[in-house]
Design a protein around this ligand. Structure first.
Ligand SMILES: Cc1cc2nc3c(=O)[nH]c(=O)nc-3n(C[C@H](O)[C@H](O)[C@H](O)COP(=O)(O)OP(=O)(O)OC[C@H]3O[C@@H](n4cnc5c(N)ncnc54)[C@H](O)[C@@H]3O)c2cc1C
Length: 536
């Protein structure tokens, strides 16, 4: 008999494992997340939170608190730019203002909050939703069979062993994933191209900011290449260093043999001043990698986050991509565990998330080459894609989407052009419910949703009957009905449908199927579409 039984065991309880626990809890699924560290993140690491991640946070009820904490820590809407030194010349602005030109596509804004501040917020909400988090505990081994996974845990302090039996396991155990390795899943891509460091320091850099609003500050000079992130009130921050020395003599291993003196020299060279007292608080050593796992699933084990895709921090995509993995996994596991979907639904995780992740890894690599190492030899790399396409415009192809017409196989696009096409994120449109403004995105979350334009009543009736027949919850919303108004009259055109058309949106906010008009509206049609989508 195992000591603990849980529907889902999560290996790793950092950003992605914690998000998986939270999202499973949101879907009413108990999980146990096991984390080797004794608590939530102590280092800031990930901080750039994409609109997509904020949309997910909005769904589970933490958007507001994340924004408030973010305001305490960072000046909002700063630039991402390159300088010779913080005191010296600016070289180039990559993004002038973090939210410029993107606020029309989402009810949420990009923001900056460090992982060390974010994780406790996610933890509190995950626990509220019934997730169990076990810190200071390591998953030592695991075996899977036809019905589940059995794992052995060890408490780091007491050495006590515990066995856990779970129906499914999520491996969110980071770039050096022991689970992935034991499963024999290889990583492919550019490999390691820098042995990098992050130097956490204290120094009064406020005068060097010169009132400029800057969120990520790349440093490019003959002594080093890397980037600063500096927190309010500009008395502390970190400097990540990828390359030392000038391009004639580049050193891409800045980690081996690093001394405190050398760390100090790096910070001084990046500040461009040697008269400012600096205290080095900590140094983290990490590999700059751009790789993706060959498989994202092995039987009852799903691989997520850095365990599935490791990318350089350039672009701020790594943690966000992992949160999106967890979001994709949670509703599928919930429906399978509740017996509402066939286990084959889980086979859609890899075809959806692997191409989106591989594309994001390549884009992070391109940003590394362009921003950090433009003059060094690099592997072939993709042209730069717009950040918005990477964050909101990734496209899914799997049996959990019913395609329309010929598929062109594109993995990304401008989200403004998706217009409700199946496989893309459902567009944001401001609606009104009982006089209050709501986004279409606020209608999505727990269940499948039939969202219809003003004259889609036959589809809505059909959907009601189909849901009863299949014994599943289906939320039905129609513009102009039940207190939901579409004051700008944009819903139909935003979703590419006529006033008699409707779309089926998945719990993760992706369009699964679309009826452009009222032709063929029936319970049979919706029931057959749902059965297909849910592998029933
Ligand atoms: C300097 C820097 C800046 C970054 N900035 C950004 C950014 O702005 N935006 C962004 O999106 N991303 C950013 N990233 C990337 C981001 O930090 C990672 O993608 C993210 O932290 C990955 O989260 P994870 O949970 O998948 O993995 P990890 O954070 O590595 O967590 C894995 C966890 O699993 C635990 N674990 C491993 N094995 C076991 C085991 N056997 N038993 C129990 N526990 C185990 C580990 O202790 C660890 O806590 C940055 C990275 C760096 C280095």
């Amino acid at each position: 008999m195992p000591d603990i039984e849980t529907p889902v065991l999560i290996v790793g309880g950092s950003l992605v494992g914690m998000s998986a626990a939270l999202l499973l809890g949101y879907h009413g699924v108990r999980s146990l997340a096991v984390e080797n560290h004794r608590g939530t993140a102590i280092h800031p690491r990930a901080a750039q939170i994409s609109q997509r991640t904020m949309e997910i946070f909005r769904t589970v009820g933490v958007e507001q608190i994340v924004r408030e904490k973010s305001d305490e820590q960072f000046v909002q809407d700063g630039a991402i730019l390159a300088v010779e030194t913080l005191a010296g010349k600016e070289i180039q602005r990559f993004i002038a203002n973090l939210n410029e030109g993107v606020t029309d596509v989402s009810p949420c804004r990009r923001c900056f909050i460090s992982q060390s501040l974010l994780e406790p917020l996610l933890k509190a909400r995950a626990e509220e939703l019934g997730a169990q988090l076990l810190f200071g505990t390591e998953v030592i081994s695991f075996e899977q069979d036809a019905d589940g996974v059995t794992a052995l845990l060890r408490d780091r302090d007491s050495g006590k062993s515990t066995t856990v039996r779970a129906q499914y396991m999520v491996a969110a155990d980071g770039a050096r994933s022991g689970v992935r390795e034991r499963l024999g899943i290889r990583m492919t891509g550019h490999g390691t191209f820098s042995k990098s460091i992050t130097i956490y320091f204290r120094a009064d850099v406020e005068p060097l900011m010169r009132g400029r609003n800057m969120t990520v500050i790349y440093v490019f000079n003959p002594a080093l290449r890397g980037f600063f992130r500096i927190e309010k009130p500009f008395q502390s921050g970190f400097l990540a260093v990828n390359i030392a020395n000038d391009s004639g003599h580049p050193v891409t291993d800045v980690s081996t043999g690093l001394t405190e003196q050398r760390s100090l020299e790096f910070v001084r060279a990046a500040l461009g001043r040697d008269d400012i007292p600096i205290t080095i608080e900590n140094v983290m050593h990490w590999d700059s990698i751009a790789d993706v796992a060959e498989r994202f699933r092995a039987g009852r084990i799903l691989i997520a986050g850095d365990a599935a895709h490791a990318m350089p921090p350039n672009g701020g995509f790594g943690g966000n991509t992992g949160v999106q993995d967890a979001h994709n996994i949670a509703w599928k596991l919930a429906l399978v565990l509740k017996g509402l979907a066939g286990p084959e639904l889980l086979s859609t995780y890899e075809p959806e998330r692997r191409p989106a992740s591989a594309f994001t890894v390549e884009q992070a690599y391109t940003r590394y080459v362009v921003r950090v190492a433009p003059d060094l030899p690099a592997d072939p790399h993709q042209p730069l894609a717009n950040d918005l396409n990477i964050e909101l415009g990734y496209v899914y192809y799997s049996s959990a989407v019913i395609p329309e017409g010929v598929q062109d196989g594109r993995v990304h696009e401008n989200p403004r052009e998706s217009k409700g096409r199946p496989g893309t994120r459902a567009p944001h449109v401001w609606l009104e419910r009982d006089g209050a403004q709501v986004s279409t995105l606020d209608l999505f979350g727990r269940n499948f949703i039939l969202l219809g334009a003003a004259e889609s009543n036959p589809w809505c009736e059909g959907a009601r009957a189909a849901a009863r027949r299949l014994g599943m919850a289906l939320d039905i919303h129609r513009a102009g009905a039940d207190g939901l108004a579409d004051p700008s009259d944009e819903l139909a055109s935003a979703f590419g449908i006529a006033r008699t058309g409707a779309v089926l949106v998945r719990p993760d906010g992706f369009v699964a199927w679309r009826a452009e008009n009222g032709e063929g509206a029936s319970a049979d049609q919706i029931a057959s579409v749902l059965a297909k989508l849910l592998s029933r």
